[in-house]
Design a protein around this ligand. Structure first.
Ligand SMILES: Nc1ncnc2c1ncn2[C@@H]1O[C@H](COP(=O)(O)OP(=O)(O)OP(=O)(O)O)[C@@H](O)[C@H]1O
Ligand SMILES: [Mg+2]
Length: 447
């Protein structure tokens, strides 16, 4: 607005300056019109009528002042220049011409008389480019007013627009760890960008609240799972101490040892998870996934039949200990839930290696296929805590898969649960220029 005002004011002032200059010129012409006939007719009075801010002098052929306006009475000629031989009129700006104050524009005319050319000087105040000070102050005043009004209006408008942002800020400032259920307000539909901001903040708060709830549940589950065996062991020990003679000490010791085993298992799992959470570096090396599975299956015997479909030469970069741990967790679950058999398969699909563990048990309902990966989650069917595990097995398995840049999911199957692990194929052993591991590593497949 300031720039626009400056531009418009310039134009306005130049216009006023032009107008004022025209007016001054017209006054000079008027003076010429009035004086020249008097000179020609010989009726020239020695004191000419005074015009406002205008001074006139008439000089005869010998450069003597024969007539002038009152302020120049008895004064020498105000100027010495005169028109050239081929023109009758000349004009100059003189700052303080003789006998006058301030800068004046002096016009000089030749008036031809029988005894030679006389000179008529008419002086008027010089018109500045902006015309007059009133116009200048008017332009400056209007510009300041317009700029101030625009600035004020814009400030109020922006403040009004930013009210929702301030509301979001205030709400966020109040949301603490215990107030995570609160959400920032959304603005009206005129503030689309601010609404998007509020929605994004609310999404972030949703996720934060979810993570916070999971953490709280995990902490309470962990303490509960640790407390149960401790309470049981404490009761057994107190009972034994109260009736030392009636106690079967070896049996009691074995029972307490069972509790200690369980505590140890939970603490070991928690430590494994903590290390995985901390993203401890993996000891990666290329390994044949099929061979790894075969080795693990050969290491121990299972109460049910394990069918194998293991493609050879499916190489992945993995931490053997951790991938074996993942496999054991899946096999333990499958063995626990299968009715008669478990199928373990390994194959390369595109750029991924796929390991599947499928059993023919009751399976896992689609709505639980994500929650079973949460820590300490055991479905109702597995709630028998003595025979069941700690509920950390799948959480650990998924963390291991993700640490290897892979995924572990439960997918549809005709019967039972089907766990699918996908890992990127080893890049070190990929054929040059190709991503399809199948061609490089496809080998004997069979059970
Ligand atoms: N193959 C399966 N068939 C049916 N349900 C399963 C299967 N595998 C896991 N689940 C369900 O998922 C839950 C979580 O499994 P997870 O391995 O994490 O814990 P867990 O086996 O109970 O204990 P842990 O493995 O820590 O000893 C199990 O309690 C069980 O209810
Ligand atoms: Mg398990």
């Amino acid at each position: 607005m300031a720039l626009v005002c400056a531009g418009v004011s310039m134009l306005f002032l130049v216009f006023v300056g032009g107008k004022d200059a025209d007016t001054a010129r017209a006054r000079v012409t008027g003076a010429w019109d009035r004086t020249v006939p008097l000179i020609r007719q010989g009726y020239l009075p020695s004191v000419l009528p005074a015009g406002k801010d205008m001074a006139i002098q008439v000089l005869d052929t010998r450069q003597r002042v024969v007539a002038s306006t009152p302020q120049l009475a008895g004064r020498p000629p105000m100027a010495t220049f005169h028109a050239t031989s081929d023109s009758v009129h000349a004009e100059r700006v003189l700052c303080s011409p003789a006998g006058l104050k301030g800068c004046m524009t002096v016009f000089s005319y030749k008036v031809y008389q029988p005894d030679g050319p006389w000179l008529l000087y008419v002086a008027v105040p010089t018109v500045p480019w902006y015309g007059n000070t009133a116009a200048l102050f008017f332009a400056i005043g209007m510009s300041l007013l317009m700029t101030a009004m625009t600035a004020g209006g814009t400030y109020r408008l922006i403040r009004k627009d930013l009210v929702p942002v301030d509301a979001i800020r205030a709400e966020l400032a109040e949301i603490t760890a215990t107030d995570l259920h609160r959400r920032v307000p959304t603005a009206d539909k005129n503030h689309q960008e601010i609404n998007l901001l509020a929605e994004t903040v609310n999404d972030t708060l949703d996720r934060l609240e979810g993570a916070y709830k999971r953490l709280r549940r995990f902490t309470s589950d962990a303490s509960h799972d640790l407390r149960s065996p401790i309470t049981a062991m404490r009761a057994q020990l107190e009972e034994a101490l109260m009736h030392p003679d009636d106690t079967d000490w070896p049996a009691m010791t074995a029972a307490v040892l069972g509790g200690v085993d369980r505590l140890q298992a939970i603490v070991t799992d928690l430590l494994t998870l903590a290390r995985l959470d901390a993203r401890a570096p993996l000891d990666l090396s290329p390994a044949d996934l099929g061979q790894l599975v075969r080795d693990e299956l050969g290491r121990r015997t299972y109460r049910i039949r394990i069918a194998k479909d293991l493609q050879q030469g499916v190489f992945v970069d993995c931490d053997r200990l951790r991938i074996t741990r993942l496999l054991v967790n899946l096999l333990d679950n499958a063995e626990r839930h299968a009715t008669s058999q478990v199928l373990v398969s390994v194959r390369a699909t595109g750029s991924a290696a796929t390991l599947e563990v499928a059993d023919d048990g009751a399976g896992i309902a689609p709505e639980h296929r994500e929650t079973v990966f949460d820590r300490f989650t055991r479905l109702d069917a597995s709630r028998d805590r003595d025979s069941g595990g700690t509920g950390l097995g799948l959480a650990i398995a998924r963390e291991i898969a993700e640490a290897h840049r892979g995924t572990l999911t439960i997918e549809d199957s005709r019967r039972g649960a089907r766990f699918v692990l996908r890992l990127p194929l080893s890049e070190a052993l990929q054929p040059a220029g190709g991503r399809d591991g199948r061609t490089a590593h496809a080998g004997v497949s069979g059970r």
